[in-house]
Ligand binder design. Structure first.
Ligand code: TRP
Length: 330
């Protein structure tokens, strides 16, 4: 059996970028009889964003309901909360002890924060940067390496983290002359980054996302905000550089994409292109939204499913951790 594993950080609302990068490909893969899937909610990772108790819980339930609405079958998939697996945190420490500090210095998220401090003219470049953010890739490596997946479905923005997990796994195997850790590969659905409303990558940290299950009015308003160039009506429009088209193509059929390309060549107006995208997203998520609304109002039911999932994976996690500790000499 091939194994896949992926998680979504429990901050803010799940957005189209999460859906296309992680949720859609993982759910599709998880349906195969030849694949065993580990899909989880990274709630401990959310602490790096200093979320409140209620923000954290709301996000956990929203993500849980989203996975279920998008077709995750809990009979077949291991579905759990990161914070319910204490073995992860023990492995995290072990991995910290073989991770070179220089490797973490190169992490994009840490570098971005440092650059922000430079721009702000701060003397201390590490001002307001916490160890949780700095060590984020090590906890993520523990999430992955504890379950030895072959592939990790992620969006483009997580590729560096995956490379770090491979690097750390390799270092451990080399240091302890073992092949305990499987070097994970990223599963990239599509090389293009899902872009947000402003044209930067769609990310909760940039506040430019389109959440998945918005009510129609809000979705419509957000779509109207998508940045476009100022080319006039009837002028031929370029699909590649257009955000509306980039999002549309994640959800439309090949035929629909072709039709849209023709409309662009004929000089479709931005207002009309946005209408088409709006209706596409509405119809794509209609049924899923109903299932989502059901589960999001059933936190107890979600807790139960997640606990059951955690119990199942902990059997494997604790036996593997024992093997790892044996190698270390404990
Ligand atoms: N870093 C991922 C995100 O920002 C979440 C995540 C945590 C993850 N651990 C993981 C993804 C392990 C894949 C594998 O959404």
């Amino acid at each position: 059996m091939k194994k896949i594993l992926t998680g979504i950080k429990a901050t803010g609302q799940v957005h189209l970028g999460n859906y296309l990068g992680a949720i859609k490909p993982s759910v599709e893969l998880s349906k195969s009889d030849k694949i065993s899937s580990y899909l989880f909610i990274a709630d401990s990772h959310a602490l790096t964003s200093h979320v409140s108790f209620s923000q954290l819980n709301q996000s956990v339930y929203e993500i849980g309901a989203t996975w279920l609405a998008c077709g995750l079958n809990t009979e077949k998939v291991f579905f759990y909360r990161q914070s319910d697996i204490p073995e992860l945190f023990e492995l995290y420490w072990i991995l910290s002890c073989i991770t070179p500090k220089g490797l973490m210095n190169r992490a994009h998220s840490y570098k971005d924060r440092k650059e922000k401090n430079i721009k702000l003219g701060k003397k201390d470049l590490d001002d307001k940067i916490y160890m949780g953010l700095y060590n984020y890739p090590i906890l993520m490596s523990a999430d992955i390496l504890l379950f030895s997946p072959d592939e990790v479905p992620v969006g483009q923005d997580q590729i560096q983290h995956l490379e770090m997990a491979r690097d750390i796994a390799g270092k451990f195997n080399h240091r302890y002359k073992t092949d305990l850790f499987v070097l994970p590969k990223a599963f990239l659905r599509d090389k293009s980054v899902v872009l947000g409303l402003d044209g930067q990558k769609m990310s909760k940290s940039y506040n430019n996302t389109i959440p998945l299950f918005l009510d129609s009015n809000k979705l419509y308003k957000l779509i109207r905000k998508i940045k476009t160039d100022s080319s006039s009506l009837q002028k031929k429009k370029d699909t590649n550089s257009c955000l509306i088209f980039q999002i549309y193509k994640g959800f439309a059929s090949l035929e629909e994409i072709d039709t849209m390309k023709k409309l662009y060549a004929e000089g479709i107006g931005w207002g009309e292109a946005k209408e088409i995208l709006f209706h596409k997203l509405e119809s794509y998520f209609k049924e899923k939204k109903e299932i989502y609304n059901f589960y999001v109002s059933q936190p107890k039911q979600l807790d139960k499913l997640l606990k059951q999932g955690a119990e199942k994976v902990r059997v494997e996690a604790s036996s593997f951790l024992k093997e790892i500790k044996k190698v270390l000499g404990f």
